[in-house]
Design a protein around this ligand. Structure first.
Ligand code: SAH
Length: 255
């Protein structure tokens, strides 16, 4: 129910929407969606997920790499404004809110405005992708560490050395990387990783248009050239040897 503008502000839940499939939401997320007055959602959130909040106002505040987007500052302001107008505000974010989702800026803006905020975890894309590839991120004798990394850098941040920490991990998962494979390959090779390192590219994890390609670090540009419009993860490490061995030139191993 909308609250009067002058009464105490509502509460905001930052809710993880999971990798795409609606039935990968948590029960808590589904309950909050069913009770929401307004849902402000990312571009990547699937319509089936939004359909769980038919009673709510839906506001897309999407950001997609390389496309016109709503600035983060404006999103923060919209969240604060929504909490002044509505009792139950859901901010629906792809995957898990606390990973590469600028959640801290939203939490800080809400707390600075005196608005109560709570976070509901979600299944991050890496877990949806690993499940569908039937390939564990860790494996006895092969991988005891995983790094979740993005090659993207913001204004004022240095482009330098983004890949260096990757060399210290057994399994490397790159978010927001699907469309810049050439510099990514150069960065990872410069960090000391071998061109023969097994790699998979998972597009649209958990969704009907999912595609999993396997190959090697050296083939990354060829593997990503075939990517469609969906979000994609690049995953590298010895655990992907069996998949890469089956198909060494980036051909799809599953669709
Ligand atoms: N908070 C999100 C990540 C947001 S960054 C999470 O926890 O998953 C957006 C990036 O996530 C995309 O560029 C892509 O790399 C990845 N991603 C999100 N959904 C995906 C999906 N269904 N399949 C593959 N990658 C996905």
């Amino acid at each position: 129910m909308p609250a009067a503008a002058s009464s105490t502000p509502g509460k905001v839940w930052l809710v993880g929407a999971g990798p795409g499939a609606a039935d990968l939401l948590t029960l808590r997320a589904a309950r909050l969606l069913a009770q929401a007055d307004i849902v402000l959602h990312d571009a990547l959130v699937h319509p089936d997920v939004l359909a769980l909040a038919p009673q709510a106002i839906h506001v897309p505040v999407g950001k997609r790499g390389g496309r016109p987007s709503t600035t983060q500052r404006f999103i923060n302001k919209r969240l604060v404004d929504a909490a002044h107008r509505h009792a139950r505000v859901v901010r629906l974010k792809g995957g898990d809110p606390m990973l590469f989702g600028r959640a801290q800026e939203e939490i800080d803006a809400l707390r600075d405005a005196g608005i109560e905020v709570e976070v509901v975890p979600g299944i991050s894309a890496v877990f949806g992708a690993s499940a569908d590839a039937l390939q564990s991120l860790t494996q006895r004798g092969l991988s005891r560490s995983v790094i979740l990394l993005t090659p993207r850098f913001g204004e004022g941040e240095s482009r330098h050395d983004w890949a260096r920490p990757a060399a210290a991990a057994d399994t490397i998962v790159l978010y927001m990387a699907g469309r810049s494979a050439e510099p990514i390959r150069e960065g990872l090779l410069a960090a000391g990783l071998p061109p023969g390192l097994p790699a998979i590219v998972v597009e649209n994890a958990s969704l009907p248009g999912e595609r999993i390609q396997a190959g090697r670090l050296g083939d990354l540009p060829a593997m990503t050239r075939a990517l469609g419009d969906g979000p994609a993860l690049l995953m590298l490490g010895a655990v992907y040897e069996a998949l890469a061995g089956r198909r060494a030139d980036g051909e799809a191993v599953a669709a």
